[in-house]
Design a protein around this ligand. Structure first.
Ligand SMILES: Cc1cc2nc3c(=O)[nH]c(=O)nc-3n(C[C@H](O)[C@H](O)[C@H](O)COP(=O)(O)O)c2cc1C
Length: 293
């Protein structure tokens, strides 16, 4: 891949649990807004997810005809590996393990971001999933650490050296930082790029289509960027990053919302998507709230 031409990078939609429901995914597919999908997390704990559950979960994403990566969350290697096997049999191109979710409920259950405290367990899970899915891509999505962003320098090199992980998705915040703005994002990306060694790295955290984002991608020799919230504020953002024709941000928001509402999603979902597109202080959102009362 030529790392100097911007469109050679991969641009990924950030998984968004609670947002990427059927009507949302159908809207993205209809407007052709992404080149690939990573699903939100499917949490598996007591038993491997039954085939039917995985099929229903994957279906809206697979309908796009684009490569789909299923994201899994859990802390039991055998159960996760079994579920991963089912998912690839159903058409998933890749499996991703969530090691970053900061939700208190998730962390309490020793999953998501809490996993960063147990690198040995992450390694065991990676090995089990990779063994189960063979040639299909296995990747890890993680934050910089639990409380200190430099934790990444400790847990990442052994995972990179293990040979079990085909790619990393790195969200530069710590679990404790949640979604707060951070000032030293570039330093964090460069540090992770070093720690990842030869394993391809996709960067995540406040990316957009601006010159600064592309400069970071080039400096880190990254494989690409994953964008969540900025994509929701500008639904054609990933297409613009890929240097494809795209309408301006406001036209894109209107097109997205009209297409989404035409699918008759529940009123609450309409409000949530409107809030993500325009922000809760926007006249559009306020007007919709008034209508709903
Ligand atoms: C509503 C919402 C739901 C999310 N759900 C997931 C998820 O299921 N899995 C995951 O790995 N990250 C999830 N994230 C995190 C994003 O994918 C992304 O890593 C984070 O927002 C940072 O990227 P950004 O700065 O481009 O938004 C979620 C974020 C939001 C705002």
């Amino acid at each position: 891949m030529n790392m100097t031409t911007p469109y050679a990078y991969q641009f990924w939609p950030g998984p968004m649990e609670g947002v990427a429901k059927a009507e949302f995914v159908a809207t993205v597919n209809e407007l052709d807004l992404v080149s690939r999908w990573m699903t939100p997390f499917l949490r598996v704990s007591e038993i491997p997810a039954p085939r039917k559950t995985v099929a229903i979960f994957l279906a809206p994403f697979l309908r796009s005809g684009k490569p789909v990566t299923l994201q899994l969350m859990g802390d039991d290697a055998k159960i996760l590996a079994e579920t991963a096997k089912t998912a690839v049999a159903l058409g998933a191109e890749g499996i991703n393990l969530n090691c970053g979710c900061p939700s208190k409920r998730v962390v309490r259950h020793h999953s998501g971001g809490a996993m960063l405290n147990d690198a040995t367990l992450i390694g065991e899970i990676c090995r089990a999933i990779k063994d189960a899915i063979g040639e299909k891509e296995f990747s890890l999505k993680f934050r910089s650490g639990s409380g200190d962003w430099r934790e990444v320098e400790n847990f990442l090199p052994p995972l990179a050296a293990s040979g079990d992980v085909d790619g990393f998705f790195y969200h530069c915040r710590t679990v404790a930082e949640g979604y707060t703005a951070i000032a030293d994002r570039k330093e964090r990306f460069l540090t992770a790029a070093q720690a990842a060694g030869d394993v391809p790295l996709v960067l995540n955290g406040d990316f957009d289509d601006g010159a600064e984002s592309f400069a970071i991608l080039a400096e880190c020799r990254a494989k690409g960027a994953m964008i969540a919230r900025n994509w929701m504020r500008d639904p054609y953002l990933l297409r613009r990053c890929e240097k494809q024709d795209a309408p301006d941000a406001e036209t894109g928001r209107q097109l997205f919302f009209t297409t989404f509402c035409a699918k008759n999603p529940p009123r609450g979902a309409q409000l949530e998507i409107c809030r993500m597109l325009w922000g809760e202080k926007s006249p559009v959102f306020r007007k919709l709230c008034k209508k709903t009362k």
